[in-house]
Design a binder for this molecule. Sequence first.
Ligand SMILES: [Fe+2]
Ligand SMILES: [Fe+2]
Length: 193
Amino acid sequence: MLPIDPLQSEHRMIERMLGLLSEELSTMKKLKRVNLNLLEAAVDFFRFYADRCHHGKEEFILFRKLEKKDLTPELQKIMEELVDNHVKTREWIDNLQSITRRYAKGEKGAIRELQQLLEDMTVNAPKHMEKEEKRLFAPAMQYLSQEEKDSLVRDEYELDRTLIHEKYKLIIEKLEKAPGEATQKTKIIESGR
Ligand SMILES: [Fe+2]
Ligand SMILES: [Fe+2]
């Protein structure tokens, strides 16, 4: 097992969510309606799975280790670009949540903003994952000893193990502060930040 194996499996899951969003985008354009349940689930998925769990493994485990290595300037640059893309993804997630809420409250014009956002996400996220897999993951493995690879895999498992507890602890804390508000689905989704 290599530390990039879980990352690549997670990419396949993210692709499945992006596939659902692509279908939703076509339906939105055709029928001029929004599947709010899907978009709320997508916010939760991108916030916890794609960002906390997957980007967490990339930025705080793999990239952090690679930063200590004498990488080529090209690999260094690719890694910096990938981190910038993650910042952009966090903006997408926040925007997806806020625009979806505005639409749910009756702002029908928000559908155009949702279409633009989904277009951007579904076109650019696959490019990001392809860049990671083709231009960073494989070459990066050459900089790591077997011991270091094993240690990174253990760190990845540890992140997975703690994440669900972190998520539901945040939900409970939010509910304890404002039970009425937090019982709304959107509030539960928001509690991850
Ligand atoms: Fe990434
Ligand atoms: Fe990734």
